[in-house]
Design a protein around this ligand. Structure first.
Ligand SMILES: Nc1ncnc2c1ncn2[C@@H]1O[C@H](COP(=O)(O)OP(=O)(O)OP(=O)(O)O)[C@@H](O)[C@H]1O
Ligand SMILES: [Mg+2]
Length: 454
């Protein structure tokens, strides 16, 4: 009789143990171990057993074949369209619009004559049809297949020979080869492995939807991200209409590219000029505590407003709140402001917010954050026609930033007249915008602030 193997797997990080553990030694989570039993035949099948090593100079390859999704922002994030035979993972919060974008993409691909198999493991065919009607997706080559069993999905792929397979979602499908329930670490790993083999051996593009955990990580084992060719994160504020697609890993293109969309009744629409979106709600008056930065998201500069509020604290230890900026980065900027500029914030609460709900994790935002805080604390303003670009070092010096030409160009095109830039980047200029190079944080403060006009 075949021996049934049993192991305990952490559902948080995939750590495996022979017995139950209360706390995971890998990710320190408590009570996350689930027993998983495996049948005999669960080995990774090699793609082909007659492959021999060959000299790199002897290998002949054609140019990778890319297919447009008909959504130009999505194409840009993918590095110029979907690469045939690749496997792409799209991960995001519940209800963010994962099924919507992939149904729209399926419609776009089908309109170019591609045969699509949309495997809906979470919703019925009727629900998909209602969404497709709402989005205006209709095609003779888009097949909807409500199925959760991977073996059935595999046989349908063999029967239909589609160009593209969409799996909605990887957490909802299961393979008979693994006895644990759908969504478990072993199931996700096995299902992704089989889908990867289908993509590579049959040259079919596979788009996989993945859920994220409470803390924002892709649910399932880390190996899932390693296995796929491209990982795209779908972000945004559920309470606002815009959404962001961000490339986290791409074997065929640049990472950290960002595409911005607006969610509406007819689906996701690309926003070609996102600066208008982020700066639209901005008050045109000069207000203490606001600064405009030019952050670089992938190949695209984005103008974003930083707001700060500084006020006397009623608490024994002052509060520091960072929304959209890294908390430890904020603490570092505050320390530099205290030590190098002489701004005493030890009895002040400091709140920093990035408008539009986006996350800015680029060091070039430092100077803008510092100026927003400093102007609020001193009740002075940064001129509303000025953008602030620069990274702050611990001794208060301003470090150079990359892609300054593009940033200046974007700021000039959006109508800004002046840019505070790092001194080391002083050679870079733009005829449409005045640049003011600064060496130190204190110079930046004196270069761009003016008293509040009554
Ligand atoms: N009629 C509508 N008008 C505007 N927006 C809508 C409409 N219907 C749905 N939406 C938007 O679509 C979102 C749901 O999209 P979708 O089902 O694609 O998300 P999902 O990420 O696949 O969700 P899940 O995790 O549940 O599968 C809603 O949160 C809402 O923002
Ligand atoms: Mg969905």
């Amino acid at each position: 009789m075949a021996k049934v193997k049993s192991k305990w797997v952490c559902q948080n990080c995939g750590y495996e143990s022979a017995g139950y553990l209360g706390k995971c030694p890998e990710c320190s989570s408590w009570g996350s171990f689930v027993e998983e039993t495996q049948g005999g035949n669960n080995k990774i099948v090699p793609l082909a057993n007659d492959i021999k090593p060959s000299l790199i100079t002897d290998i002949q390859v054609g140019k990778e074949i890319r297919v447009s999704t008909n959504i130009s922002e999505f194409d840009r994030i993918l590095g110029g369209g979907l690469v045939q035979g690749s496997i792409v993972l799209i991960a995001g919060d519940p209800g963010i619009g994962k099924s919507t974008i992939l149904l729209q993409t399926s419609g776009g691909l089908a309109s170019q004559g591609k045969k699509i198999l949309y495997v809906s493991a979470e919703e019925s065919a009727g629900q998909l049809k209602l969404r497709a009607d709402r989005l205006g997706v209709k095609s003779d080559s888009l097949y909807i297949y409500p199925q959760t069993n991977l073996e059935c999905i595999k046989s349908q792929i063999e029967e239909l020979s589609p160009d593209v397979v969409v799996v909605d979602s990887i957490q909802a499908i299961y393979s008979q080869m693994v006895t644990s329930s759908a969504g478990s670490v072993s199931q996700i790993r096995e299902c992704c492995n089989i889908l990867m083999q289908i993509a590579k051996t049959k040259n079919i593009t596979v788009l996989v939807i993945g859920h994220v955990t409470k803390d924002g990580n892709i649910a399932g084992p880390k190996v899932l991200e390693h296995m796929v060719d491209t990982v795209i994160s779908f972000e945004g504020d559920k309470y606002k209409s815009y959404r962001m697609l961000r490339s986290m890993k791409n074997r065929f293109g640049n990472t950290s590219e960002v595409g911005i969309f607006e969610m509406g009744a007819t689906g996701l629409k690309e926003i070609i000029n996102p600066n208008q979106l982020f700066l639209n709600e901005r008050s045109q008056e000069n207000i203490p505590g606001t600064a405009i930065i030019v952050t670089n998201e992938g190949t695209r500069p984005l103008l974003v407003e930083i707001q700060a509020l500084v006020g006397a604290t009623p608490y024994p230890s002052p509060r520091r709140v960072a929304n959209g900026v890294d908390f430890s980065r904020l603490l570092q900027i505050l320390a530099v402001l205290e030590k190098r500029v002489g701004l005493n914030l030890s009895k002040q609460d400091v709140y920093v917010n990035v408008m539009g709900g986006i996350d800015v994790d680029e060091p070039s935002a430092d100077l803008g954050i510092a100026l927003a805080i400093a102007t609020c604390a001193r009740d002075v303003v940064v001129d509303s026609q000025t953008v602030i670009i620069g990274e702050i070092g611990l001794s208060g010096e301003i470090h150079p930033v990359n892609n300054l030409e593009k940033r200046l160009n974007e700021a000039a095109m959006t109508g800004f007249k002046k840019a505070i830039i790092p001194y080391a980047n002083r050679d870079i200029s733009n005829p449409k915008i005045k640049t003011v190079p600064v060496k130190r944080l204190i110079d930046a403060i004196s270069a761009c602030i003016s008293p509040v006009q009554e």
